[in-house]
Design a binder for this molecule. Structure first.
Ligand code: ZN
Length: 131
């Protein structure tokens, strides 16, 4: 049993709003997680995992998420987005010979995309959406 509490989505969102009131950019997933944990510390020992913090921030509509990637030479089929878990859409292009060729995948839910050289996310940058 962990000694800390898993915060509700509401609590994470409230803390995120707080953080974005003070700063415009959070420059990594690790920083996002640390700011959230610190923000919630006043209310108890709450901790949110990095990937969950990222998904909540992405779905909040409060930030634009930019994804930095490195390319690998892995040629593996992808079904689900490595960033948000939604289904990926195969991107095809018609060839002059009347067939189609796979160009890669694009997420319908977040900005992730990849060509046939697989792009692996290495960093996420969250920028407050101006309102
Ligand atoms: Zn996605």
């Amino acid at each position: 049993m962990p000694g800390y509490h898993i915060p509700s989505r509401q609590r994470v969102l409230r803390t995120l709003r707080d953080i974005l009131g003070r700063r415009r950019v959070v420059s990594s997933q690790r920083q996002l997680k640390e700011l959230l944990d610190r923000g919630m510390a006043k209310e108890g020992d709450y901790r949110v995992s990095g990937p969950r913090a990222r998904r909540i921030a992405l779905d909040s509509g409060l930030v634009d998420m930019e994804i930095e990637c490195r390319e690998t030479h892995e040629l593996k089929s992808l079904f689900n987005c490595p960033v948000c878990g939604h289904r990926l859409k195969l991107v095809k292009n018609m060839t002059i010979f009347g067939g189609t060729v796979n160009l890669g995948y694009r997420c319908q839910h977040c900005p992730y995309w990849t060509g046939l050289k697989r792009r692996v996310p290495t960093r996420y940058i969250f920028t407050r959406i101006a309102k």
